[in-house]
Design a protein around this ligand. Sequence first.
Ligand code: SD4
Length: 352
Amino acid sequence: MKRRQFLTLPLIGVPLYFARELSGQGREQRSNLKVKTPVVVSTWDSGIKANNAAWPILEKKGRSLDAVEAAGRASEDEPSCCVGLQAWPDRDGRVTLDASIMEGDGGCGSVSFLERIRHPVSVARKVMETTPHVLLSGEGAQAFAVANGFPLEDGRLSPDAEKEWRKWLEKSNYKPIVNIENRSSWPPADAGGSELAPPYRFDDGSFNHDTMATVALDSCGKMAGMVTTSGMAFKMRGRVGDSPIIGAGMFVDNEAGAAVSSGVGEEVIRICGTHTVVEQMRMGRTPEQACREAVRRIVKRDPAKARELQVGFLAISKKGEIGAFAVQKGFTYSVTNAEWPKGKVFESKSYF
Ligand code: SD4
C-alpha cells in the first residue's frame, strides 16, 4: 500500500485497532531506546522498506554512508506521493526533487529543484565526493547528473500524480500576491482565496507530506544520514524545502549524533532544526529531549499555526540511543538492527 493511501483510508467502518494504526497511535512509544549497533533508522512505517535496503550492508560491517544511500535509492524506486519521480508535482505539474547525504566527519552533498533524475540521493553523494561544493540546484544539478551518467528520464507524471494534481487544480486559484513577504496577516485579506502556500493538510485531513529520511550507525561507530523528497505537494514552482539544506533537514556529527526531519520544511529551516537537535545531544540531552526542544521552538514561534502543521524530528546519539518528537501525533519511525532484522516501527511522542 502506498504511504498516502495508508494515511488517508476512510476511518468510517475501520476496526478500532486499525484506525489507531492509521494515526500512528497504538505503536509502541519508547523514550530512551538504546539499541544494538549497527543500526539503521528511517522515518515513517515505510522506513521498513528503506531499512531493508540498508541493513544487508550494515550487517556485513559495511559503511553507514553506503547504507543510507541504498535506503534512499529504494525509497526513490518505490511509487509514492512523496519521494522520487512518481511523486506528486508542484503547482505547475512538474516533479522537482530535493535530497541530501552526510557523513559524521562533516562531508556532505545535496541537490535541490532537480527534475527528471531518478536517484537524487546518489547525485547528492556525487556532489559530495567529486566537487568542491555542497549544494547544486535546478538545471545545473541536472546537467551535473547527466554528465555523471545519470539517465535523463521523461518528465511525465505518474497516473496517480496526474490525477491528484488535476484534482488539486480544480480548487486552486494560483495567483501569486506581490510583496507577500511584507503582509502581516496570513493569509492576506486580499488573497481572494488563492492558494499561496502548499496545503498543510489535504481535504481528508491528512498531512502534506512524507519525506523519507534515514540515519545509520555502522559497526565502526560512524554515522551517516540522508533525506530524499519531492517536497510539499503543489508547492510554488522553485520552492525548496529543508531536505537539501544541511543543518535544516539533516545533520550528522560523529561526536554527537545524527538527526533528520520530516514535515513542513519552512518551519524546520527557520530554526535550523536538525542542527539544533544534534547540538542539544552534544550538550547531554537524550535524542528525544533534543527533538522535543526543536519542536518546542517551532511551536513557540506561532502556536496557532503549529496546530495546523506537522514536523517530526528523528535522532540517534553516538551511543546508539534513538529518539523522536513531533508537533502532532502520528509521526512514526522504523528501526532495523540485529535485534529487529525485519524492522520495528515505533511512534514518537508529540507536542499536541
Ligand atoms: C519539505 N520536509 O520539502 C519536506 C517535505 C516533507 O514530510 O515531507 N516532509 O518541506
